[in-house]
Design a protein around this ligand. Structure first.
Ligand code: 3Y8
Ligand code: NAP
Length: 251
């Protein structure tokens, strides 16, 4: 059965490894092409947008896709909206591989904000040393709060976007570990961390490091992300795919 995986996450990578050795499925992984050198994957991989819902519908039809798995990041809301629309239009089965958000533990000092603009605002007027761990796409938002000193972690360097004046770039790709995160925040004298609530293990270390150092964390809320049939692990996704395969083949 031909399967499209909308990827770009740790879960998508582990699902790709499961499907690569499974002769029941002929899967293709799809990336947006946000990074210049994405990690190699064990499945045929297509890179780049589809061209909106219509482009995705045309791709699904041309490639004779029989089931779609949305394994994109919790903050990739537009891709998920397009996947729901395109699968509704084509009648294809859609599973959404989701990951639970992080929840506050004892000792956490989280301040919840609804979006990146509010995160820039709640930093306040007094200059602070801010660890931005939200990547590159929304860095320009912090140009509106130029009084702070920013350490921004991202994968590829920004290209020409308007940036805050006091900015140090840290090009690094997750996952990250607790000792390194704690040492980094201490060495750079960070006094507040800004993060998305991505969930999952790959970047939980920054949450634990901030707690250990008693640092406040500004946590940006997740966007509404449309979904099809919810699955919570790569294994559950494979079981769902086999269920679809059997029902399509009447077995
Ligand atoms: C292109 C594919 C794998 C998947 C690895 C996960 C873990 C490491 C943590 C911090 C947070 C951040 C960012 C992050 C993480 C995993 C996972 C995850 C956060 C790659 C990848 C692609 C992207 C896109 C990139 C965004 C950026 C976001 C950096 C590959 C490595 C901050 C999200 O430069 C850019 O334009 C980067 C853009 C979208 C968010 C942003 O707004 O800048 N991810 N990340 C995917 C595509 O083209 O479709 O390059 O190999 C995948 C991973 N990133 O295979 O093990 O599963 O979450 N990615 C966030 O969580 O806030 C880093 O630094 O603490
Ligand atoms: P988004 O805002 O939800 O989507 C914007 C557009 O990017 C989509 O409409 C689509 O373009 C294209 N796109 C997104 N994901 C795609 C995919 N997997 N394959 C093909 N095209 C894709 O997406 P985003 O938040 O920028 O995320 C882009 C990629 O990075 C996704 O793969 C996501 O899983 C990964 N990622 C994102 C974050 C994050 O913080 N947002 C974190 C980690 C990983 P068209 O309309 O032209 O089809």
């Amino acid at each position: 059965m031909r399967v499209l995986i909308l990827g770009g996450t740790t879960e998508a990578a582990s699902l790709a490894r499961l499907l690569a050795d499974d002769s029941r499925f002929e899967a293709t992984l799809s990336l947006a092409g946000r990074t210049s050198a994405p990690a190699a994957q064990p499945l045929p991989t297509r890179i780049g947008g589809f061209g909106g819902v219509e482009g995705l519908v045309r791709y699904l039809q041309a490639e004779k896709i029989e089931a779609v798995v949305d394994a994109t990041h919790p903050y990739a809301a537009q891709m998920s909206a397009h996947a729901v629309a395109a699968c509704r239009q084509t009648g294809l089965a859609l599973a959404s591989l989701t990951r639970a958000p992080w929840t506050e533990q004892a000792g956490d000092r989280w301040q919840h904000v609804s979006n990146t603009e509010s995160a820039a605002m709640v930093l306040g007027d007094t200059p602070r040393r801010v660890f931005l761990t939200i990547g590159r796409q929304e860095l320009p938002v912090f140009a509106s709060a130029p009084q702070h000193h920013y350490l921004a972690r991202l994968i590829d360097a920004p290209k020409g976007e308007r940036l805050p004046p006091h900015l140090v770039l840290l090009q690094a790709r997750g996952p990250f570990d607790l000792a390194a995160e704690t040492a980094l925040m201490r060495d750079k004298r960070i006094d507040v961390v800004v993060s998305k609530n991505a969930g999952g293990d790959p970047t939980y270390a920054k949450i634990a490091a901030a707690r250990a150092l008693g640092l406040p964390m500004i946590m940006i809320a997740r966007p509404d992300k449309p979904a099809g049939h919810i699955v919570n692990s790569p294994d559950e996704t494979v079981r769902w795919l086999d269920h679809v395969r059997r029902s399509l083949r009447g077995v």
